[in-house]
Ligand binder design. Structure first.
Ligand code: UGA
Length: 316
């Protein structure tokens, strides 16, 4: 079976690629190596796979319909992970979010429909909910995103629904809650704080640090994707969370403990796009897909810090 992973050189995409390769699938990656963060980090994320016979990297953009058409000819399944990420994206970049996340998704879905694709698994985000009206958040929660990223992911979801329900393309939408782990994006809290702590520098906390996140370990997100891949379901939207939440102050405390440090934060103004709390209700994902998060957030943080320390040691 041939599988395409869009954005397969990024943090989440590269882990899905690893799992698919280890299970013997032929994996094709389309990635445009967008400069939201270092291209070298993305190259490193997939370097260990480049000589494998069942791996192929295509450097290109999902808005290029000719490239998509040619690539999708031989594909069975698509994991659509490519996106401009980040809820704190600037107003000046709003059109980039739209181009990548809405136009890009629409181009991909059109070409999937014209090919023989059996299923699309769409990486969405908890940011489609906006400020929580209640916790934990289930899939019926109102959808009022407060960031360009969230709004464009929601638009992508809406297109998925049309392609699935009206045109019959099987699609599963997975809403991830603040994913962390090895290869995490450098701008996200756990990666950024750990990097600064290991250098002995102070970290900046936006707001008073009492905002909470359901931090989800990458292995659970990969399992969620594999369950969606193997499921018979033709359409569905599911929260993929870790099931626990931490405040950012607690997060810093746990990272300090794991690193054996006592780095103090500098409190800065709250940023636009940041919601106060997230916490996933994953009952629906459990009921339909059999998803149960396995990695407790404290264990995940320790695993992440060990990996980050090794990276510093190896000069990566
Ligand atoms: C993360 C991802 O970055 C988004 O791409 C994704 O869509 C989203 O999760 C999601 O759940 O869907 P976020 O929750 O903001 O977004 O994750 P972090 O960047 O790790 O930030 C977590 C918290 O730490 C936020 O409240 C943020 O304000 C805070 N933070 C982050 C700081 O206080 N200081 C920093 O330097 C960075």
């Amino acid at each position: 079976m041939n599988v395409l992973v869009t954005g397969g050189a990024g943090f989440i995409g590269s882990h899905i690629v690893d799992r698919l390769l280890s299970q013997g699938y032929f994996v094709f990656v389309i990635d445009n190596f967008d400069n939201y963060y270092s291209q070298e980090i993305k190259a490193n994320n997939i370097r260990h796979n480049q000589d494998k016979k069942n791996f192929k990297l295509i450097r290109g953009d999902i808005r290029n319909s000719d490239l998509l058409r040619e690539t999708l000819k031989d594909m069975d399944i698509v994991f659509h992970v490519a996106a401009r990420p980040g809820v704190r994206g600037r107003l000046q970049d709003s059109r980039i979010y739209h181009e990548f996340n809405v136009t890009g998704t629409l181009c991909l879905l059109n070409e999937c429909l014209n090919s023989n694709i059996k299923k699309v698994i769409f990486s969405s985000s908890s940011s489609v909910y906006g400020e929580s009206k209640y916790l934990p958040i289930d899939e019926k929660h109102p959808l009022n995103p407060i960031s360009f990223y969230g709004a464009t992911k929601l638009a992508g979801e809406k297109y998925c629904r049309i392609f699935s329900e009206i045109y019959g393309l099987p699609i599963i939408v997975l809403r991830y809650f603040t994913v962390f782990g090895p290869r995490q994006r450098p701008d996200e809290a756990i990666c950024k704080f750990t990097r600064l702590i290991l250098r002995g520098e102070r970290v900046e906390i936006y707001g008073n640090g009492e905002q909470t996140r359901d931090f989800t370990y990458i292995d659970d997100v990969v399992v969620g994707n594999m369950l969606a891949f193997n499921s018979e379901t033709k359409w569905g939207t599911f929260n993929i969370g870790g099931g626990q939440r931490l405040s950012i102050n607690e997060l810093l405390k746990l990272l300090n403990e794991a690193c054996g440090t006592n780095v103090m934060p500098v409190y800065c103004p709250k940023t636009i796009g940041d919601v106060s709390n997230t916490w996933a209700n994953v009952d629906e994902a459990q009921r339909i897909l059999g998803y149960v998060p396995k990695v407790d957030v404290r264990t995940g943080i320790k695993k992440y810090v060990e990996w980050a320390i090794n990276q510093v040691g190896s000069g990566s």
